[in-house]
Design a binder for this molecule. Structure first.
Ligand SMILES: CSC[C@@H](O)[C@@H](O)C(=O)COP(=O)(O)O
Length: 345
């Protein structure tokens, strides 16, 4: 299942194969401004996917630079890097991918625009491919945490549609299923934009993994009825101390899981870890347009002029997280030691 494809003629295709109304099912970007807009308006979304898309955005920008000097080339690409990195503030994978491409470019010893362009494109391909292979490794580690018969509650979409393919949390679920475990999924619908009901449910249906959609406010009752064995979500940024920013509503699930003695797991690549931050309170939380709350499927559902608050993410404190699954293995508390160790290898 692909989320994006680089075309030989130097174009980026963004794909969303759900075919559902309200989603952009196909978009072809020919310049980096279009990629920036696609990231902002969620035509491409999910932390690892926007990182890879931004890297390809730089490749599109690189293709248009004609200057003869290496310094001028880098300076021009920095402008594109700044615009792409500023599109969404919470998912650190975005800045990580843009920085990685720029560092690679700065290290390249050539004045030839064609060579420099190839360096940028190669790095974008590497980020894209490593994301998918990393997710598969993450799946292999993570499936050890999934018991036979597990009923798993997930939130938002941490699947193939949020990554370069396969998925983080949903990658773990896929891997458990591939080893023959008879598991089932509850997908929280994830208001305001319903990524759970639209994307996670669609992916699980495609795979033939039993999935039940619930509205977000049903999670407590579901747990109280003993219908959930574990909660498994993705992440948009993880601090050095193990605090986890993820889609709004994740924190509520973690608190509920604690109350019901249900393990709460996070699956995310190392590129989601931000060692520069210790505490989740330092993470910038994106606030989005109020129309996402006042409208549902294009229909107004709240009074005109009403006040709205629309934070797109929340922070789950490390003390509520039983384990974090990465492509290098599983880390457990105390996170201040285990996370640094796994990131720094
Ligand atoms: C695999 S990304 C982490 C996800 O769990 C989730 O927060 C997510 O899909 C990101 O939200 P989105 O706002 O749709 O880009």
């Amino acid at each position: 299942m692909e989320t994006m494809r680089w075309l030989e003629e130097g174009l980026l295709e963004l794909l969303d194969q759900t075919g559902l109304p309200g989603t952009v099912n196909y978009l072809r970007c020919s310049d980096y401004h279009e990629v920036a807009t696609a990231i902002k308006n969620l035509s491409v979304r999910g932390a690892p996917a926007i990182g890879a898309a931004a890297a390809y955005g730089l490749a599109l920008a690189a293709g248009k630079i004609e200057t003869g000097s290496r310094e001028a080339y880098i300076a021009e690409l920095r402008e594109a890097a700044g615009e792409l990195a500023a599109t969404r503030p919470t998912a650190v994978n975005l800045c990580w991918a843009v920085d990685r491409v720029m560092r690679r470019l700065v290290g390249a010893q050539s004045d030839d625009p064609a060579v420099l362009r190839q360096v940028v494109l190669d790095e974008a391909h590497a980020i894209h491919q490593e994301d998918e292979s990393g997710n598969r490794r993450m799946g292999k580690y993570g499936r050890e945490l999934i018991p036979q018969g597990a009923r798993i509650l997930t939130h938002c979409n941490a699947g193939a549609l949020a990554t370069a393919g396969y998925g983080t949390a949903l990658g773990v679920i896929r891997a458990a299923r591939e080893e023959g475990k008879d598991i089932s999924v509850f997908a929280g619908e994830t208001r305001p934009l319903l990524q759970g009901a639209r994307l996670t449910a669609w992916e699980m249906c495609q795979e033939g993994i039993p999935v039940t959609v619930i509205t977000d406010n049903m999670a407590g009752y579901l747990m109280a009825k003993g219908m959930v064995d574990l909660v498994l979500v993705g992440a948009d940024r993880i601090t050095a101390g193990g605090d986890v920013a993820n889609k709004i509503g994740t924190y509520s699930l973690a608190v509920l899981a604690k109350e019901h003695n249900i393990p709460f797991y996070v699956a995310a690549p190392i590129s989601t870890v931000d060692l520069s931050l210790t505490s989740g309170s330092e993470i910038t939380i994106e606030e989005r347009d109020m129309a996402e709350v006042t409208h549902l499927a294009g229909q107004q559902i709240a009074p005109t002029g009403v006040q709205v608050w629309n934070p797109a993410f929340d922070v789950t404190p490390a003390r509520l997280v039983a384990a974090i699954i990465t492509e290098r293995g599983i880390v457990r508390p105390p996170y201040m030691e285990s996370i640094r160790k796994i990131v720094e290898g």
